[in-house]
Design a protein around this ligand. Structure first.
Ligand SMILES: Cc1cc2nc3c(=O)[nH]c(=O)nc-3n(C[C@H](O)[C@H](O)[C@H](O)COP(=O)(O)O)c2cc1C
Length: 351
């Protein structure tokens, strides 16, 4: 018997196939469809910080958030009109309607704005929260360390508010991703060496002052910019990924497996069963699916599950943990192969 069950952030999943946050999961019908199609868990469409801010300020001020990589497109282009109260209703209704974990998603870029709302999400029954943080530092003077600390602070502040697991979905654009993953992916039990003011009120440096993300979701595929050379204007790039976009997250999942304590969720470029198997072999706890479901329909979840099952049978694996991370750097006899960035003539054989 093939057992696809998986534990993700402590949640029991019937399989590791998670429907990613997107317009597919921004309404109850989509949530039910995903569950009926066999998903292991569902990440709801994100509530954007702008939507929360819109309670007190007009929505027309989105442009003020220069450097935020997604909001404009996702808000305008994909009809995400849910306000914060509607979003809580969606969480409640989704939790009632299906018997798989519902993960709420918050797209944030500033600190201090989410505390109360995160508590409401937990009270509405979400099994976990996925924080989607996407900043595009694009001006000289924005120091890398300060930007990293901003990510840590957002995570920290939400972790102080809720007891449910919190995943962090990030992009790959850090100068030292391993260091960032290390900070996000471990509880910190001593005073952090580089800043004062890390610890929350009432905490002392001697105890845990920094809680890890329960999962890292690698990597978000941000809004893509393109140029229309006929009309001389900026346009949106293709919102859907291609299968060959899997390799960046594949490498980093393989590098980070067993090096940090957070679970690892793979996203971007996972289109079929083979892609899902690759990510599990690299060390992913779960894979998240979006573009492939938009292209092929929700039934693709069942198809991927079938491919996974049949591959496991062929290779005599009855459980996923028998092969998860088998091809990670931590378990490799040739760890240097994971770090190779340059093509070598002899190695590639192309020239
Ligand atoms: C139309 C569309 C809307 C999306 N909306 C969100 C969102 O609200 N929040 C989020 O975290 N990711 C969002 N994403 C990103 C997906 O969750 C996913 O990470 C990304 O598409 C890469 O996965 P894929 O290659 O399977 O498409 C969106 C993607 C698309 C195509």
């Amino acid at each position: 018997m093939t057992d696809l069950t998986t534990s993700y952030m402590g949640l029991k999943l019937r399989n590791p196939l998670v429907v990613a946050s997107s317009s597919l999961t921004g309404h109850l019908a989509g949530v039910k469809q995903a569950a009926d199609a066999g998903a292991g868990a569902i990440v709801l469409k994100s509530l954007f910080e702008e939507q929360l801010a819109a309670e007190t300020a007009a929505m027309g001020k989105h442009a003020a958030y220069a450097g935020h990589t997604e909001a404009a497109e996702y808000l305008q282009g994909y009809g995400m009109e849910l306000g914060p109260n509607d979003y809580l209703s969606l969480v409640r209704d989704a939790v009632k309607a299906v018997d798989i974990p519902i993960i709420a998603s918050l797209n944030c870029f500033s600190r201090n704005s989410w505390s109360e709302y995160a508590k409401k999400i937990a009270a509405a029954g979400a099994a976990a929260i996925e924080l989607n943080i996407g900043l595009l530092p694009n001006r000289s003077g924005q120091q890398g360390r300060a930007i990293e600390e901003h990510y840590y602070q957002i995570l920290h502040e939400i972790k102080l508010q809720v007891d449910i697991p919190v995943a962090l979905k990030i992009g790959p654009y850090f100068s030292s991703l391993a260091e960032v993953a290390d900070h996000l992916g471990r509880d910190l039990v001593e005073a952090p060496p580089f800043t004062v003011g890390w610890c929350g009120p009432g905490e002392t440096p001697a105890k845990i002052c920094w809680r890890k993300a329960d999962a890292l979701v690698l990597f978000n595929r941000f809004y893509q910019l393109d140029i229309d050379i006929d009309n001389l204007e900026l346009i949106a790039g293709n919102p859907l990924s291609a299968p060959n976009e899997i390799n960046l997250s594949l490498r980093w999942i393989a590098l980070l497996y067993k090096r940090i304590e957070s679970d690892l969720a793979a996203t971007t470029g996972i289109h079929d069963g083979r892609d899902a198997i690759k990510q599990l072999l690299a060390g992913a706890t779960v894979v998240q699916l979006c573009s492939t479901l938009m292209i092929n329909g929700m039934d693709q979840i069942g198809q991927i599950a079938k491919e996974l099952e049949s591959w496991m049978q062929t290779h005599n694996f009855s459980r996923i943990d028998q092969f998860r991370g088998l091809l990670s750097q931590a378990r490799s006899k040739h760890p240097e192969n994971f770090e190779r960035l340059q093509y070598i003539k002899l190695f590639v054989g192309l020239e």
